[in-house]
Design a protein. Structure first.
Lengths: 116, 114
């Protein structure tokens, strides 16, 4: 069974500084992908970034980047130059893969608070 | 391109009633997935529909059902509501050709069961 673990219930960062949110996963699939989502207090889940297991480079989307370490089964999200609007819950998610369409397994989430 | 829309945004029901939630996916997306989010259980997968067919189902009782229409819009129904069904219900759409296609979520429907 697949599992996602986010060990940081809450993180604090000063505005304009960088922060790393941890995510470890467990899957028996050889080919897989990982997603990160942001959930503000309004409730909507916002797609941030995707990393495929066979991607040669770590994924980058604007201020978001992934520190993907396949051997350690970790896919940590790095947010550079934090902004007040980054305050939200962040989820790491693993698709079930294969023919298990549409199913994402989510971690417990990390609440990020950005201080001015 | 318009995002995923969900209606209604808020709903209050009493135990024993039934409820229907609606989700309109992004244009061109044929897959719709539904999730339940609660403080205690986190985000849990309910089911996924693609081209009007349920392709995948999570571990929820039969009181939870869904369907998808020819225009890819999807509805989720919960019958005989229980207090524990109070949750944020999120739907997500994707192209659906692969289990690794990005899923784009709607704003959710917050259901309160009294």
């Amino acid at each position: 069974a697949q599992k996602i673990t986010q060990t940081q219930p809450g993180m604090f960062v000063q505005e304009k500084e960088a922060v790393t949110l941890d995510c470890t996963y467990d899957t028996s699939d050889q080919s897989y992908g990982l997603f990160w989502y942001k959930q503000p207090s309004s409730g909507e889940m916002i797609f941030l970034i995707y990393q495929g297991s066979y991607d040669e480079q770590n994924a980058t989307e604007g201020r978001y980047s992934l520190n993907f370490q396949k051997a350690r089964k970790s896919a940590n999200l790095v947010i550079s130059a934090s902004q007040l609007g980054d305050s939200a819950m962040y989820f790491c998610a693993l698709p079930a893969g294969g023919t298990s369409y549409g199913k994402l397994t989510f971690g417990q989430g990390t609440i990020l608070t950005v201080h001015p | 391109k318009a995002g995923v829309t969900q209606t209604p945004r808020y709903l209050i029901k009493t135990r024993g009633q039934q409820v229907t939630l609606s989700c309109s996916p992004i244009s061109g997306h044929r897959s719709v997935s539904w999730y339940q989010q609660t403080p205690g259980q986190g985000l849990q997968f309910l089911f996924e529909y693609f081209s009007e067919t349920q392709r995948n189902k999570g571990n929820f009782p039969g009181r939870f059902s869904g369907r998808q229409f020819s225009n890819s819009r999807s509805e989720m129904n919960v019958s005989t509501l229980e207090l524990g069904d109070s949750a944020l219900y999120l739907c997500a759409s994707s192209r659906g050709r692969s289990s690794y296609n990005e899923q784009f979520f709607g704003p959710g429907t917050r259901l309160t069961v009294l």
